[in-house]
Design a protein around this ligand. Sequence first.
Ligand code: CUA
Length: 319
Amino acid sequence: MNSAFSLPEASTHAVRVDHIFYGLLVLSGLTMLVVFGLVIILAVRYRRGSSAKRGPLPEIVSREFEIGWTSATLFLFVFLFWWAASADLSSLSAPANAIEIHVVAKQWMWKTQHSNGAREINALHVPLDQPVRLVMTSQDVIHSFFVPAFRIKQDVLPGRDTELWFRATRSGVFPLLCAEYCGTDHSVMRGRIVVMRQQDYADWLSRQPEGDDLAHQGAKLFVAQGCSGCHADASSVHAPKLAGLYGRTVNLSDGRQIKADESYIRDSILQPKRDVVAGYEPIMPSFAGLLDDGEIQSLTAYIRSLATTPEKQTDGGAK
Ligand code: CUA
């Protein structure tokens, strides 16, 4: 179905957003009619020289009516808040079965990478009717990943991971735009989202040139950049072991607790002194400037992959 503004509704989120949009449109229209209607009626009725009755209102009208319409509008606005907020909140956390795709934005292109390592530029192929989770970062300035047909938009920031998820409900090709002014060629920083039936997507993916998958690239970097010197199981340096880290709650030396997600791992690589794990010294150097964003994504993917290899767990029953 297309909306009245001829934007296709191509994701589950699009339908919810459009319902809210039309709901607000109707409500604002009705409010406007009431206000303008009253202005006109009262202006005519109480014009100078008319014989309409003036003077104080009966008690019941001035009090019960006041209380009545005040609480009615209060409940209406609380309902609107709940309606819009619940749709927004559901767009924040992806379902557990979502497939994951990494996105790196740069002046002026979108680079995407599938879990098997297949890469695309200014294009993203996704399967129909399956949740897709995007983990996004920028190599330079702030960009914004915007797919109007899906009604989703998320800033893509340098030095940080942001996430977005969607479930496409129509196959076809839909425009991807950058919605944050990012320099000279901002307006041509476009791409396309190709939604394919699940079987077609699987076929497409298997035809892509074999790249090393992200975790595999990360494993090489882990050694090449010297991370393994301290964090490998055999290391004699007193450094937190990374097996089983991802998804766990970590106790920090200043008493805070933090969930080890993608942002935490990225922050720990770039600003290691910020969230020091309880029981460890802040001796790790920052890798800011030494790794590009694609490399950080690879390392993060590698560290995550350690979470699911139980035989590598060494730190006493970590989950
Ligand atoms: Cu990237 Cu605008």
